[in-house]
Design a protein around this ligand. Sequence first.
Ligand SMILES: CC(C)(COP(=O)(O)OP(=O)(O)OC[C@H]1O[C@@H](n2cnc3c(N)ncnc32)[C@H](O)[C@@H]1OP(=O)(O)O)[C@@H](O)C(=O)NCCC(=O)NCCS
Length: 224
Amino acid sequence: MKSFRTEAASSGWPVRRGVRIESVEPYSLAGELCQLTPFEPADTERVFDYCQDPEIQRWTPLPVPYRIQDAAVFTTVTTQKGWGGDITEHERIWAIRIQGEDGKPYLAGSVGLKPNPPGKSVELGYLVAAACRGRGLATDAVNPAVAHALGDLGMRRVLWQAVVGNWPSRRLAVRCGFTVEGTVRSQLVMRGQAFDGWVATIIADDLSKQEGYFKADGGVRLWD
Ligand SMILES: CC(C)(COP(=O)(O)OP(=O)(O)OC[C@H]1O[C@@H](n2cnc3c(N)ncnc32)[C@H](O)[C@@H]1OP(=O)(O)O)[C@@H](O)C(=O)NCCC(=O)NCCS
């Protein structure tokens, strides 16, 4: 089993607010059904396509209407910035890729970890393209992402939040070991409007009780 790689960018050490932050070489994680790999500019059109789905637009803070420029910013700026430094300050987002009918990797969604609050806690986010739902894909992507956060990245907690009523997402979080803490009023702001939110958490102790991804020796499997 390999551990994930962390390397300085070839351009040297970026400096933010006078502190040296190590850049991270983009890396991948693996589930049973999918591979979690970095986004690429070539993913723009596919991201644009699946983000037209009304469920994605209803439950996530994407701009609506979602334009091809929004997808381009996501694949070339937002997702790339995440590799610019430590997880305590940078959001890390992976593409969920499955094997397409032609045998090539097919982009089916995304899963990400962002500092919240910055320090030893990250918030989990995810979406799966409508055509790829209901076959365990999100479950298969969330498990290694959470194990990676609580294992390799040394986070003390992963936070999950969803707009009240998003039952598919809530069932998924519980299936992946999260404990629902409750409802927080006016917790999530999407497109300028505040919504009540469900909040759930998972900590390393919870994960160690589960069979599967989180092994006694730490890390998760990587896909090369
Ligand atoms: C929430 C979301 C990511 C779930 O994606 P998904 O890939 O369909 O999730 P899964 O397939 O892992 O689980 C969904 C269902 O498939 C079932 N399923 C079918 N085959 C399965 C398998 N082999 N393994 C696990 N679950 C399986 C699950 O039991 C689950 O049933 P449920 O409806 O009772 O929960 C997806 O609906 C989505 O993208 N929604 C819009 C965006 C969104 O809400 N994002 C989250 C914001 S908080």
